[in-house]
Structure formats: C-alpha cells, structure tokens
Design a protein around this ligand. Sequence first.
Ligand code: WT7
Length: 682
Amino acid sequence: TNGARSSHRLRHVSSLAAPPPSRLNAVVLGDALASEEHDLVIPKPDFSAQAHFPSPAKYLDLYKQSIEDPAGFWSDIASQFYWKQKWASPVYSENMDVREGRINIEWFKGGITNICYNCLDANIAAGNGEKIAIYWEGNELGADATLTYNQLLHKVCQLANYLKDIGVRKGDAVVIYQPMLMELPIAMLACARIGAVHSVVFAGFSSESLSQRIVDCKPKVVLTCNAVKRGPKVINLKDIVDAALAESAKNGTVVDVCLTYANESALTKESTKWVEGRDIWWQDILSKYPNSCDVEWVDAEDPLFLLYTSGSTGKPKGVLHTTGGYMVYTATTFKYAFDYKPSDVYWCTADCGWITGHSYVTYGPMLNGATVVVFEGAPNYPDSGRCWDIVDKYKVSIFYTAPTLFVTRYSRKSLRVLGSVGEPINPSAWRWFFNVVGDSRCPISDTWWQTETGGFLITPLPGAWPQKPGSATFPFFGVQPVIVDEKGAELEGECSGYLCVKSSWPGAFRTLYGDHERYETTYFSAFPGYYFSGDGCSRDKDGYHWLTGRVDDVINVSGHRIGTAEVESALVSHPQCAEAAVVGVEHEVKGQGIYAFVTLVEGVPYSDDLRKSLIMNVRKQIGAFAAPDKIHWAPGLPKTRSGKIMRRILRKIASRQLDELGDTSTLAEPGVVDQLIALADS
Ligand code: WT7
C-alpha cells in the first residue's frame, strides 16, 4: 500500500478528452455574452496564450503523469520549496482501505521544513522583501494599512518570540479567535514558525462553541482582540472569550494567557473587561520582543493546524492537517487554479476562520509570494458597492468568493480571473458572474473542495478548458475522483452518484484530532477503499463534473457548513422544546437556509416570543450564522415504525413540494403529515 501504482488507476482518464466544440453551442470568452443557449464557454486565445495551462492537451499530459507517477510528480514540485533536509523514501505511503487496517496517509515523511519559512523568509531571500504581502482594508471607508513581506516577517517573529517566552512549544495547541485584522494571518504564521498547532475559531462562533473547541484541544494561550466592527455593529469579542474561558475552566481546561489585540477603533482599552494576571495587551507586550526569530524545523508529517468543522452527527470534528503535503498542495493549487502570476493582486473574501482562509488567504498565496487583500468588514457596508470599490482601489486581478456574495453594480477592469467556492453555483448565477462581474472576459474557477481536503480537488484551470456554466470541470493533478453507486461500485462514463476519491493527495487531512476511529468510520467506511466526500455528483458525457450538494445531514449556509444535529441539539436544549428536526431548503441568497420543525412540550402554546427564544438558543450555542430561517410548529414528526424521522418528507414539506411527498403509508402515524401541512404558514 505505498509508492508503486498500477495502470488500472488510469482507467477514467480516457473519459477526460476535451469535448468536441461542434457538439455544443460554444461561445468564445470576450466575444459575446454567455447566454442560455451557450453551454460551452471557450477561453479567449490571448488569455490561453499567457496561461500556465493553455490547452486541454497540456493539462491531460501532466494529469496522466501525476496519476501514473505521483511520487515523481509531487517530488518535482516539492523540490521547489525550502527543505532543511530532504524527505526519505517512499515519497508517500497510504492505506485508504479500512479492510486493510488502520487508515494512514503520509507525504514527504522525514523531510524537514517550515511553512512559515517558505511563506516569508524564502520569498524575502528571493528578493521580494519589499513586495506588498498584505493590503489590509478596514471596516470603515478610509481605514487601511499595508505590510511588505519584510514587515510581515518582523511582526510574525515578535509574536513567535513572545509565544516561546510564555512556554509554547512545538506541538502545543494555540487557539486564535480573531476578526480579519492583519494580526490573524500573523498569528497563524507565528504558530507555524515555532511548530505550534493553531486552531482558528471563526469569530462568529458563540462562547459555547469556542469553549467546546478550547476544551477539546487544550491550548496554553488564546489569541484574540477586544472588539471588532462589522458593518455598523460593534461585536465585543473579549466578552465572548471571557465567557468561553470561564466555561472551559469549569470543564477542567484552564487557559493561562489571553493575548488581546486592542482594536481601539471598535472599543477602547478602558472599556474592555480585564482579568489581571491572565489578560495581556498584544501591542504593549510584543513591541518588547526582537523582530527576528529562528524557525523550529519540523517533520513534513508534524501537525500544522486543527480546524473544527461540522459533521452530520455529534460534536464538531477537529480536522488535522500536517505540514509538508499541505504546503506543497495549497501552493500548487493556488498557482494553477487561479493562473497566478507575480504581478497579480489577489483577493479572497473568505474569513481565516474557515478552511478557505487558511489555504487561500494565508498559506497558498503567501507560499507564492502573492500580494493579498485582507478585508475586515462586511461586503455590503457602507453599501453594496463596497467589494467593487476594493477591487478598484487595489487593482485586484484575481477575485475569489462565494456565490452568496455575487453582488454587483458593474464590471471591474482590473479583474482577470474569478473564483467561486462553497456551494454549487447554478448556471444562471454562473452566467451572471461571468457576464456582469467579469465582463465576459474572465474565466471562472469553480473550485470544489472541503475542509478535509486541504485544497482544491476539482477545479477548472483558467485558459485550459472550455467551461460549462455550473460545472467544476476536472480533477486537479494527482486527484482521482470517482462516482460510486449506493453499493460502492465505481460508475463509468455519464453517471450520477456519490463523490469519492481514490488514493491520497498531499493536502489530505490525516486524522480527526483525538478520534482516529471517527475519522475512519466517517470518511472511509461508507465505501471501503475510498475517501467519501459526503457530496453528490454527476459526470456528463464529456467528463465534466457537476456537484449536486451534500447527501448527508449537513446544511451549507452561505458556504458555511452546519450539521443538522448541532442545530437540533441547540433547539432541544430549550426547556419548552420536546423534539426538533432540521432540514436545508433552497435559499435565494444563502444557497441553503435552515428550516426547523419543532415539537413543543405538551401544553405549551405556540407564540412568536417562543419562536424568538428558540432561535436565540441556537445563536447562543453555535453562533448567529446558524440561526434557523424558519421555525415550523410540529405537533408530531413523521417517523417510521422504528422511530426514525423521515427527513425526506420533511424536506418536501419545507420546500412546499407537497405533491412529491411520496409514500407516507409506512409512517407510524400518517396523520402527522396533514397536521404539518396545515401548520406550514402559521
Ligand atoms: C462542502 C465543504 C472548502 C470550501 C469552503 C467550504 C460544498 C464547496 C463547492 C463547489 C459545490 C461546493 C460541498 C463540500 N462545496 N465547494 N465549488 N461546488 N459545492 O468548506 O465547510 O468544508 O464545506 O462545501 O458540499 O462538501 P467546508
């Protein structure tokens, strides 16, 4: 189960031949608007001519090589990074088959490196020290700042020295609960520099969620900020952290230090609540530390970070990524999927609290020495033109965002490549993004991936492929997507089923923190021999991939993954709630909305106040972004005789597809369906 690979794994590559344009209604980029009758959008020749991958043939060549000889393919790429010591042999080893024992994935083991060194020192050594690393744009118009690669290194080193000084060592966890200040990527890089394992918690999570994560990974220190303004609203982050730390202490995890950045534009130091002996002001202490710091050289398989994500059941999972493979993979996917060139200015609207911000705000771009825009604020503040003002102000050429954020007034001249992530993009939204935002000039990289995958798995390469609106197109190098039926049999040609991946890629996660067994059962047991993504997918006759959304009980709200079980348990913790069932429904803006069926404790009357207080429970326990859009009163829930809730029926009721309820005769009490329908709009 290592190195050598056999040729049978090349089987599906033959289906990747470029589609003959004659069979499809094609339009060349820039020649015309992509309209309904155009199902193929061909890259403009002058774009292709300058692209890393100018043609399908060039992609196919390298793709074949990457599948036939992954060790050789990825070694060549890895050699472009700085390694204190080269990796041992084999380049990788893996077992992704539960029937053959413990799931195990390793890349470049024995190689000694440091990802912070490769992001900063290596780029500075190459002569890019005075290049802008970060354009920071604050919430308020006119609030901005920049950091060159030299300046960024200095800031990272000061924090790294401080962390070492308070006893943070290689392998120790550090929790970061920060808004999108420059200090957030700085904190991530400082941890990486000293071999500490960062765990960024999105600053929209509630104190209870934060505490749950702190108790799970037990950090010595929490890095935070006193408050932040998002749009017109001030959010007091320090209060949330205080509550989380108090709660963690009750559960046996005492955090010694809370390093707090004073964001005085949102809240003064004087008005910030303070715990003497534990809380330290970031600016006061860091200026005392030297701005150079030796790196901690780590093994490629030493952990880099933990990032918690929702599953269909139980508590959040700590997805663990290691150093070497993640480094090589994020850098390479960034470079090719966005056709990145050193002159580009790149803006990804994601928050570093999510995987997109890890791989494609911080690591991927900085490994390439890119200039990155970091935006603190909200895309619609002070008005919906804000994003385009930012694009113009910094001459952004690569713009990467979620379909939810497709708001616009007009196209922007500086743009060259557009990216989309987080949810399936429907063809009409695709055409709109393409025609209006990109002026029918910019290729769109619809990147399919997950927290677990570390980087893009299925993505267009701008300039290489004719695009089909709404399709994420083809696999990245070294990635073998397979579509299987419910029995786990691989489907060939035109097909539709469950999206799995055969064999590992360098950016794959290695375990769930503290629970390798859950890792194996969640991802590798459903279809033995494969990694199961949890997504549905179809492949058309030309080999293009079309993602169709989650097939498990996970809802995707504005590109944020939320487990139905988490929302349900937050609702049920309300004393007047007896039972709850949550499903996703189509939502015009958010992709999916959260729709909750709630059964009350006997005798409790329905009321708007109760509705509000149920929603408040979810905001408190998870965060505002997980608040249900709709509470549907349910005298009872449709269950099978064995007591299993039939979500299929609930989904149909939620989306008002009442003529598609299907067979309800197997329900324990078929009458509940009519009761639910009667209460739909009450
Ligand atoms: C889930 C992963 C890593 C991206 C941010 C979300 C959905 C992601 C696409 C896409 C269709 C997509 C999937 C996936 N998703 N990108 N381009 N087309 N669906 O990361 O929170 O780990 O969620 O987001 O359903 O499983 P995440």
